[in-house]
Design a protein around this ligand. Structure first.
Ligand SMILES: [Zn+2]
Length: 308
């Protein structure tokens, strides 16, 4: 069944890119609402302040995912709260924000997860829709790619490559099981950045609120933060956290096996458009529908390749 939060909760903190204080309140919503953001700071009619969490509304993917509605009102850095909703199985919620960006908190999704756990999850009396990949797709962007194949599960096989001794080539295969496992393996993995890139990003008006409290900072030799890594492979796991959040912009959970090499917000965004552009790529089924079994076991077509 579809879920929402049992009660409202609020969190506050600095925003990563704007460096402003952002107050966010998450409220229960009825079935089939989806995740909807509402800018409470804008003096505009109610409709114009709403931004639906949909891949169709993505306007930018530079260092975060930014959504905009048809009135030009936007909300940035939505990927971590979206990851928490996806990981915790929250299908419907209204997210009120008094700023153009979500707070970065500790750079992971753990604070959202703990808040959801605290207020509880409420089951709604309507079945969950699940988008099921039925045709393999390979999506390339330079030397990065995402390859999707049908599966009865939600599997993310992620590889990152960075020229740094602490990362080099890091790979993790995550098969989504339940909320507890998402919390334990993924939710507290922080975003990361490199010291030599900070000045350039600040010149571009980005990461004004970035600090050692909300990101892992790497210099040539290691980690600048006093806090050690929370997982030995925290870097690739944070990329998985982001992917879980970004792919939830499809508006529902997904079943498929995603092999991702050097991914990012932009690649995920392009993949969603490519996937949804052809109805023969997927089926939308209701949870525990026997069709899920049928599609993944009996369908072995040739992959289609999409390149940019
Ligand atoms: Zn992130």
């Amino acid at each position: 069944m579809q879920n929402t939060v049992n009660k409202s909760f609020s969190l506050s903190g600095v925003t990563l890119h704007g460096g402003l204080i952002s107050n966010v309140s998450v409220h229960p919503a009825t079935a089939n609402t989806g995740i909807v953001f509402r800018r409470t700071d804008l003096k505009v009619p109610h409709e114009e302040a709403l931004v639906e969490a949909s891949y169709d509304n993505v306007m930018s993917t530079e260092l975060c995912t930014k959504l905009s509605n048809s009135f030009g009102n936007s909300i940035s850095t939505i990927e971590h709260i979206m990851s928490a909703f996806h990981g915790m199985g929250i299908d419907n919620a209204i997210v009120e924000v008094d700023c153009n960006e979500l707070p970065i908190l500790d750079g992971s999704s753990i604070e959202y997860v703990l808040s959801i756990e605290k207020v509880g999850i409420k089951s709604l009396n309507i079945k969950k829709n699940i988008l099921t990949v039925v045709r393999p797709i390979i999506f390339n962007l330079g030397d990065s790619y995402i390859k999707v194949t049908p599966s009865n599960n939600f599997i993310i096989d992620y590889t990152i490559v960075y020229d740094h001794d602490l990362i080099n080539k890091q790979k993790f295969i995550y098969q989504f099981k339940d909320q507890k496992q998402y919390k334990r393996l993924i939710s507290n993995c922080r975003t990361f950045g490199f010291k030599h890139e900070v000045e350039n990003l600040r010149d571009k008006g980005l990461i004004a609120g970035g600090s050692l409290d909300n990101a892992i900072l790497l210099d040539k030799t290691g980690i600048v933060n006093n806090e050690k890594l929370r997982h030995k492979d925290e870097f690739v796991k944070h990329k998985i956290l982001d992917f879980i959040g970004d792919i939830y912009l499809l508006g529902m959970s997904i079943k498929g096996n995603f092999e991702i090499y050097k991914g990012g917000h932009n690649l995920t965004q392009q993949l969603m458009h490519s996937l949804m552009s052809d109805k023969s790529n997927y089926k939308i089924v209701q949870h525990q529908d026997s069709n899920v079994q049928k599609y993944s076991n009996n369908f072995h077509p040739k992959p289609i390749a999409v390149s940019l």
